[in-house]
Design a protein around this ligand. Sequence first.
Ligand SMILES: [Zn+2]
Length: 188
Amino acid sequence: MEIDHGWLDAAEPQPSPNCDTRPSAEISLIVVHGISLPAGHFGSAYVPDLFLNRLDVCAHPDFADLVGVCVSSHLLIRRDGQLIQFVPFHERAWHAGESSFRGRPGCNDFSVGIELEGTDHSGYDLKQYQQLAAVCRLLLATWQIPADHIVGHSDIAPGRKTDPGPQFDWAEFRTMLAADPSAFDSVR
Ligand SMILES: [Zn+2]
């Protein structure tokens, strides 16, 4: 897996208009999210459609809240581990909203946002943990990001956001992050 001009070669590119220029070149935080549309339904085009401003908000009653919402993430990791990239890493994606990391506001400015297809309570697939660990390992090495600068959306927007949720196993993820990639299959 490599990064070429901000794009991950292992990801399917679906460029989103919901991005702009970072205020500086700094990338020092990774924010893990969980998302599904409608909640608990996986595998459809609705999440990519949301990030591409082409979601049919009439397709489901839950989508009414999403009228006019302009959001994105850098990456989406599907349940089967498939990677889709919407924004190149050097650009600012719009995933964190009002947020702060250790007292510093505006996390979109200096973070990479990674969405896992899921819900707060349904758990995540092993393939998603594997992909997330592989991607994070590459991002940490590329931008010299400390490993403890990987957080959940709920950590930087407490009281407002709950994703990736209590079912996301941080201990398991951090074990996989530290492990040799060839050892992934024996982690569980
Ligand atoms: Zn989120």
